[in-house]
Ligand binder design. Structure first.
Ligand SMILES: O=C(O)CCC(=O)C(=O)O
Length: 263
């Protein structure tokens, strides 16, 4: 699909899938790099801002193939707000309940944001790929309830109870393909029933004018200009793994997650 097709599908459906941003060989190489770091540090599942300490995700999220698509969706000035590996191990129960990403963000312009989910390993339906409700972004925020602690990967256990599941479509991906979705698009994902790991790099981009309520957040300018300065600049990796900064990042991330558990 060309960029015009990507933009028009995204506008209509709030999601566009199967966008080839890497070859399967490149995806396999990035998987190797991730797994080499995991061999040293343990699982890298769901650690926020991983692009600040590891070269492989940083290279992925700043690649022209990715940023050309992001530019076609949110404009020429692009901040990278977050990146997280979301990994489902073979035959495990972890799932992601029906939700909308923007529920807790408090952004000033909900349309100047996009999420990418890049398949580092194949993500067929059986692996628990994402399942999207096309067009649901147009209705804005749906009511969520919080039910933590039952295998839902989302930290607050947030979920939408009332979803028309007949409208939902699986978003299976080959390794190297990505999907892009709007923050109000309702989506979910089921457990991984395959023999392989399901590895996605989940990334959020915002336009610099898009201010977030609350305390000052950090972001990395990856294309164009930031004429607003709402986000503090963050570091970029200087080697394959920035060991000392990685330890800092992991301990801040663990603290943040522990604080969610006591809420
Ligand atoms: O990785 C998954 O299964 C779900 C990810 C997700 O919900 C998201 O990218 O917003």
């Amino acid at each position: 699909m060309d960029l015009a097709g990507i933009t028009s599908t995204y506008e209509t459906d709030g999601v566009v899938g199967n966008v080839a941003v890497l070859s399967s060989d490149e995806a396999a190489m990035h998987r190797k790099r991730l797994e080499a770091v995991e061999a040293e540090l343990g699982s890298l599942h769901y650690i926020n801002k991983i692009h600040t300490v590891m070269a492989s995700p940083y290279e992925l999220v700043t690649s022209p193939a990715v940023l050309d698509v992001v530019e076609s969706l949110i404009g020429p000035d692009i901040l990278l707000y977050n990146s997280t590996y979301i990994i489902k191990e073979p035959h495990t129960d972890a799932y992601v309940a029906w939700h909308q990403d923007l529920t807790y963000w408090g952004l000033s312009d909900d349309d100047a944001q996009v999420s990418m989910w890049l398949a580092i390993a194949p993500a067929p339906v059986e692996s628990g790929c994402m399942v999207m409700v096309p067009g649901s972004h147009k209705a804005g925020r749906a009511e969520h309830v919080e039910r933590p602690g039952d295998g839902n990967v989302l930290l607050l256990g947030q979920q939408i109870v009332d979803v028309d599941v007949d409208l939902a479509r699986p978003c299976s991906l080959e390794a190297g393909e990505a999907s892009f979705h709007h923050g109000w698009t309702i989506h979910t994902s089921a457990p991984n029933t395959t023999d392989d790991r399901r590895i996605g790099l989940n990334v959020q981009f915002v336009a610099p004018h898009n201010r977030q309520a609350g305390e000052a957040m950090t972001a990395t300018l990856v294309r164009g200009e930031d004429r607003f300065g709402y986000y503090e600049t963050e570091r970029s990796p200087t080697s394959e793994l920035d060991q000392s900064h990685a330890e800092e990042l992991f301990s801040a991330d663990a603290k943040m997650k522990a604080s969610f558990k006591t809420k």
